[in-house]
Design a protein around this ligand. Structure first.
Ligand SMILES: *Cc1c(COP(=O)(O)O)cnc(C)c1O
Length: 246
């Protein structure tokens, strides 16, 4: 067969091109910092993104999805239920206490645990549903009033506490540092999160599963990888600017 005849089937979708370019940038950041790309999980952040667009991203190789709101995620999970077994859905936004039951039922991981109270509740609900829920502790690195997350000074005690919960599996730390135009200016915040993790590891207070750093978004994920990120959460660079009015 002439190669030209298969051209249409082999055509790369626009989404595939975008995913490939992000993967290449991840690989380049890994190379610069002597890391293995296998250490990095790309979380596609799909808030405000329609199910069909998410489907295209999955076809392009995306396997982990990040959603901020339980209700919004639920609708998309339904629309993409045929793909459920291939996917991991992570809750990356602040969890209201009246949504915890639903969150435990729906999500594969909760990345934004920011209080002992919430952890206690998640632990109870996970126990009731007979599962062990992977969680991350969100740290408010810049001490910003507008942001969720615990103060850095409270991180170690909470790590120690949650590590002992029977139905939570503490994966690591998560942060949304201040937005700064120059991604390099965010570097000290990423270093701060890594130092917190390393301190916890050194002091032996953390669960064996505690190792991850979920940090880095569209405009600063390469710097985050250079500073040790193992999960990068990318929305805009994959799906374009969000339209919140939809
Ligand atoms: C929206 C969001 C992201 C993705 O941000 P982009 O800049 O669009 O890549 C990552 N993490 C959290 C917690 C978010 O709310």
């Amino acid at each position: 067969m002439m190669s030209g005849e298969t051209g249409a089937q082999n055509a790369i979708t626009p989404m595939q091109t975008v995913v490939n370019s992000i993967r290449q940038r991840i690989a380049a950041a890994c190379q610069r910092s002597g890391r293995d790309t296998a250490e990095i999980t790309l979380v596609a952040v799909t808030k405000t993104v329609a199910a069909e667009q998410i489907r295209a991203a999955i076809a392009a190789g995306i396997k982990v999805l990040g959603e901020n709101r339980v209700q919004e995620a639920e609708a998309k999970m339904l629309a993409l239920s045929d793909l459920r077994s291939q996917l991991e859905w992570h809750l990356i936004g602040h969890l209201q206490s009246n949504k915890t039951r639903k969150a435990v039922a729906l999500f594969d991981a909760v990345q934004a645990v920011d209080s002992e109270e919430l952890a206690v509740r998640l632990n109870q609900l996970a126990a009731e549903s007979g599962k062990r829920l992977p969680v991350f502790i969100e740290v408010n690195l810049g001490d910003e009033d507008s942001k969720a997350g615990i103060a850095p000074a409270s991180a170690l005690p909470l790590i120690e506490k949650i590590s002992q919960f029977s139905h939570l599996q503490l994966q690591g730390l998560m942060a949304v540092p201040p937005y700064l135009e120059d991604p390099n200016a965010v570097r000290p915040f990423f270093q701060k999160l890594r130092n917190l993790r390393d301190e916890a590891l050194k002091s032996g207070i953390a669960a064996p599963t505690f190792q991850h750093l979920s940090m880095g978004m569209s405009h600063d994920f390469e710097v985050a990888i250079e500073e040790g990120a193992t999960f990068v959460r990318i929305g805009t660079a994959l799906f374009g600017a969000r339209n919140y009015s939809l």
